[in-house]
Structures are given as structure tokens and as C-alpha cells.
Ligand binder design. Structure first.
Ligand code: GLU
Length: 431
């Protein structure tokens, strides 16, 4: 008994692959291959892009509050740095795996290409459960991770940022550790910092703002008026909750929301301000209600706009033909499978894919890095105006490719996303 339990633990410790992360990597590669073929690029370009250029695995020994030592496993993947330094978040989650980090780093390259930032993609993760760790333990882990990956990161090499279960406090510890090691203040080493440490206005809500801008653009294409439009949001974390607020304030009716424990539905529109007020720091609120609905029911609710803002593989061939929304905007990473994308697009549903819709976060991270590099800071309004411009242009660009080449918005986004990276790799003489 004890032996098998130990073996189980070791398995999770090493981040043994979940089938989902394998699926995510495989489907990303499939779409990249199709995009490269459509653009006329050779197999060599695909071979370069299907894997990160660098993948570092680190073991981080941390003293826990009870005096024991626990060794954590972390990763940092750098997908492609032909365009510029790599960039992307670090997630703290028990389900982090090497394969998932790889796939997420590829997505970051695509996002950077789509919104035209001078970056390649990177991603990091640590297998841990921050919900069960104290503040001092999290601080030691954050600092330990930076020491472990310090050789391959830096303001002109690879710039980390927040991701699942990491926040501005964790970014602050990481920045402080890096600055101490290098013996000079390095705010440009990491983004998503608190404002007083060189963070940017608008960074915290940037992903949701980007999604909101995509919703507005998609609604124009479909002739839907945001005022009075019925919106369903799956997930009430950072992206989902800010988005609910933005939609509500714009006059839309948020008729459904959900968290890990269940969904809430009101055809007349939910009281978003009240729900935000009662939401805990891990984004849960539905526990407070008796009348909840299941995940499947939530996704299939009668609505105009559906925003999956939670986890992967939510819209599949099983439920794609039951989705009633005319617009699906992916705020989460990988919520719709390839097969479901095909079904939705055949049904005329306008799907705005993750790599475009969720690029607002990295866009404002770029603004933060620019401000750090120049030592001159922008107002909230300047940030918002610039973000609006970037997202509207990127949406238009992808939409144009999608109509001109008669492909869905996901494939069009990938085509835009891989192009600059391929060109830069070619000019550098790599391919
Ligand atoms: N983790 C976020 C993303 O996946 C943000 C990355 C960044 O700001 O660099 O887009």
C-alpha cells in the first residue's frame, strides 16, 4: 500500500502527462502544420516550430514552514526567439506538465505574432498547489525558481509574467530576487508587477479588456448590439470576472456564469456587482447558492455570446451542435477542440480563438516592459487606447485573412501567428 502510494506521488512530482496536455500539444501542431502548408512553407519550418528551442527542467528544494524540505519541479520553455526575446507567464498548479508547458510556449509565440509584438513565446510552470501553501513558502518557491532558471532568463532574453495561480506579489518577489542576484534593479525582467514596482496601469484587467474588444468587433460583424446582448461566461477567475463586469457595464445581460463548483443562470441577467462582491480570491462564488446548473447546461444556454474562460476541451464534438450562441470568444486556453471548431464554423458561428482573444494580457505586458526600459510611465488612458488599437487591428487582420483565404478564424490566426516567426527565422539563416 505504502509503496504504491509513494509511486503515485512520484508520478505527480515529475508532472506525468495528462492526456489533455498531450491533446493540446498535438492539436496545436496540427493547426500549425495546416497554417504553414497554406502559406507554402516547407517541412523544415514545421520541424523548427513543433518544439520549443529550449526546455529547462529544474528541481527546487524549499524549506517548508514545518521545517521539512520539499523538492519542487519546475519548467521554463522558450519556443522561438527569432523575432526577439521570449515572453510568457509562469503557472503554479498541481497539474503542470512538461508537455503542457511546451504547448503553452508555442501559443505564446502565436499570440506575439498575431498582435505583432517584438517577442517569441515562452512559458514556465511549477508543479505545486499554491492553495495549500503559506505566503512565506510561496515566497521561497518563487525566489528559488528564479535562481534555478536565472541563466536563461533576463530582460533581453526571456521575460516571465503571471499565469494560472500566480499574481503581482509573486512577480514582485521574482523581480526582487533577480535584481539582487544581478546587483542592479531590473524591473524589465518580469511583467505583471505591482504598480509601485514598475507595473503598468491596466495590466490586471488586460486579458478581459482584450476579450471585450474582440467581442465588440465580432458583434459588429454579426450585427449584434452589445446593449441587451445575452452573454454566458464559463469561469469566474481573473479573466471571467473582469469580463463579466465590463459586459455588464456595457449594457449586456450576463445570463450565465460559472466557477469550478457550478453555474448560475438568470435569463433576465445576473447581478454581477453582487457576485463580484461575494467572490473569493480563487474566483468561486456559486457555493453560496442552492440553485446551480451543470457545466453542460451552462454552455448550451440560450444566449448570443458565449465566452469559455475556464479550462481546456469544453466545447467538443459532443456538444458543438448544441451551442446556441452566434459568437464564441475563447478567453481560456484551448477550450474548443479542432473537431468542434469545424462544427461551429460550418454552423456559421463566429469563433474568435484563444490565441487572438486572450492576447490582451501579453500586449499590456509588452507595454509594461517598454515603460520599464524607457523609465517613463503611461497613464491608464494611454494604455487603454494603445491596447484598443492593437486588438482592433489584430482582429481585423485575422478576419481579413479568414475571409480572403476562406478559413476559420483559428486557422487564420495561426497563419498570421507563424508568418513573422518564419520570416525572422529565415532571415537569420536558421531555415
Ligand atoms: N500568461 C499570460 C498569457 O498566457 C500573459 C503572458 C505575459 O503577460 O507575458 O498570455
Amino acid at each position: 500500500m505504502e509503496g504504491s502510494e509513494k509511486l503515485e506521488n512520484e508520478k505527480t512530482e515529475k508532472g506525468t502527462d495528462k492526456p489533455e496536455s498531450q491533446n493540446v500539444l498535438t492539436s496545436t501542431r496540427t493547426v500549425i502544420k495546416t497554417a504553414l502548408d497554406k502559406l507554402g512553407y516547407s517541412q523544415e519550418v514545421y520541424d523548427l516550430m513543433k518544439e520549443p528551442l529550449r526546455m529547462m527542467t529544474v528541481r527546487i528544494p524549499i524549506r517548508m514552514d514545518d521545517g521539512s524540505i520539499k523538492v519542487f519541479t519546475g519548467y521554463r520553455a522558450q519556443h522561438n526567439d527569432a523575432v526577439g526575446p521570449t515572453k510568457g507567464g509562469v503557472r503554479f498548479h498541481p497539474d503542470v506538465t512538461e508537455t503542457e508547458v511546451k504547448a503553452l510556449s508555442i501559443w505564446m509565440s502565436l499570440k506575439a505574432g498575431i498582435v505583432d509584438l517584438p517577442y517569441g513565446g515562452g512559458k514556465g510552470g511549477i508543479i505545486c498547489d499554491p492553495r495549500e501553501m503559506s505566503f512565506p513558502e510561496l515566497e521561497r518557491l518563487s525566489r528559488g525558481y528564479v535562481r534555478a532558471i536565472s541563466q536563461i532568463v533576463g530582460p533581453t532574453k526571456d521575460i516571465p509574467a503571471p499565469d494560472v495561480f500566480t499574481n503581482s506579489q509573486i512577480m514582485a518577489w521574482m523581480m526582487d530576487e533577480y535584481s539582487r542576484m544581478k546587483e542592479f534593479d531590473s524591473p524589465g525582467f518580469i511583467t505583471g508587477k505591482p504598480i509601485v514596482l514598475g507595473g503598468s496601469h491596466g495590466r490586471e484587467s488586460a486579458t478581459a479588456k482584450g476579450v471585450t474588444i474582440c467581442i465588440n468587433e465580432a458583434a459588429k460583424k454579426k450585427g449584434i448590439n452589445i446593449e441587451g446582448a445575452r452573454v454566458v461566461i464559463q469561469g469566474f477567475g481573473n479573466a471571467g470576472s473582469f469580463l463579466a463586469k465590463f459586459m455588464h457595464d456595457a449594457g449586456a445581460k450576463v445570463v450565465g456564469i460559472s466557477d469550478v463548483y457550478g453555474g448560475l443562470h438568470d435569463p433576465d441577467g445576473l447581478d454581477i456587482d453582487y457576485l463580484l462582491d461575494r467572490r473569493d480570491s480563487f474566483g468561486t462564488v456559486s457555493k453560496l447558492f442552492k440553485d446551480t446548473i451543470g457545466n453542460d447546461e451552462l454552455l448550451e444556454l440560450d444566449c448570443d455570446i458565449l465566452v469559455p474562460a475556464a479550462i481546456e476541451n469544453q466545447i467538443t464534438e459532443r456538444n458543438a451542435d448544441k451551442i446556441k450562441a452566434q459568437i464564441v470568444v475563447e478567453a481560456a486556453n484551448g477550450p474548443t477542440t479542432i473537431e468542434a471548431t469545424r462544427i461551429l464554423s460550418e454552423r456559421g458561428v463566429l469563433l474568435v480563438p484563444d490565441v487572438l482573444a486572450s492576447a490582451g494580457g501579453v500586449t499590456v505586458s509588452y507595454f509594461e516592459w517598454v515603460q520599464n526600459n524607457q523609465g517613463y510611465y503611461w497613464t491608464e488612458q494611454e494604455v487603454q487606447e494603445r491596447l484598443e488599437k492593437v486588438m482592433v487591428n489584430s482582429f481585423d487582420n485575422v478576419y481579413k485573412v479568414s475571409t480572403a483565404r476562406n478559413v476559420d478564424m483559428r486557422l487564420a490566426s495561426y497563419m498570421v501567428g507563424v508568418r513573422k516567426m518564419s520570416e525572422a527565422s529565415r532571415f537569420r539563416g536558421w531555415i
